[in-house]
Design a protein around this ligand. Structure first.
Ligand SMILES: CC(C)(COP(=O)(O)OP(=O)(O)OC[C@H]1O[C@@H](n2cnc3c(N)ncnc32)[C@H](O)[C@@H]1OP(=O)(O)O)[C@@H](O)C(=O)NCCC(=O)NCCS
Length: 192
């Protein structure tokens, strides 16, 4: 994931997110593969302190409160910050950016005590469906080579490595792998 968002464009508002979670990716096919039912909604200002607390718990190079506030202020065409709650408790969040025909997954995390229970997979399936619904051709993201769980998740959806950003992460100077998935068959050729 990119480790700062301060320079990116803006929005706000707590409209429920709209995609239905249907997916055409390998990991998303078939109802048996669906796992837990989740309902992502747009992150609002009120969510930010809790999201930032969870972010600090999870990431060594956590985004700041201000970075999340900037995401909440983005216009809907440019970015979509999301939270997933279960009986009011925050269990996951994600940040999406829409860049021409590309949806970039800027951040995604599941609460540690709920990791490994299918929430990440359901959330990513929902995100890819939202990208398709908006007419996006590609989904891209960065991931640490050492992040075995995240890489396995992305690979299960068919993401492929398209580049390496050397010494990308500030905390340990680890490289970032840039992964991409074609959301529409005509974009396959762009992945090399
Ligand atoms: C990465 C993350 C979002 C995945 O969400 P999750 O809810 O834990 O994942 P799921 O339970 O939906 O599992 C989905 C797939 O991920 C992979 N996976 C999950 N946990 C794994 C682990 N500990 N080891 C290896 N693979 C793992 C598997 O491929 C799994 O599919 P399977 O169950 O069919 O084998 C979550 O673990 C997380 O928040 N990690 C910390 C933050 C982070 O690294 N974010 C991504 C930054 S790029």
């Amino acid at each position: 994931m990119p480790r700062s968002s301060a320079t990116r464009p803006l929005r706000r508002m707590a409209d429920p997110a709209t995609a239905d979670g249907g997916a055409r990716s390998a990991a998303g096919s078939g109802s048996a593969a669906r796992g837990p039912s989740i309902t992502p909604v747009r992150m609002g200002v009120v969510d930010v302190p809790e999201v930032a607390d969870l972010e600090r718990e999870i990431f060594p190079d956590a985004w700041s409160v201000d970075s999340f506030l900037a995401e909440v202020e983005r216009r809907n065409e440019i970015g979509l910050p999301l939270v997933v709650r279960e009986r009011g408790a925050l269990i996951a969040y994600a940040i999406l950016w829409f860049i021409v025909d590309e949806v970039h997954l800027g951040n995604i995390a599941v609460r540690p005590d709920r990791q490994g229970t299918g929430i990440g997979k359901a959330f990513l399936r929902w995100i890819l469906a939202e990208g398709r619904r908006r007419g996006m051709s590609l989904c891209t993201l960065e991931v640490r080579p050492s992040n075995v769980a995240a890489r396995a998740l992305y690979e299960s959806f068919g993401f492929r490595q398209i580049a390496v950003r050397r010494r990308y992460y500030h905390d340990n100077r680890e490289d970032a792998l840039v992964l991409a998935l074609a959301l529409d068959p005509s974009a396959e050729s762009r992945l090399g």
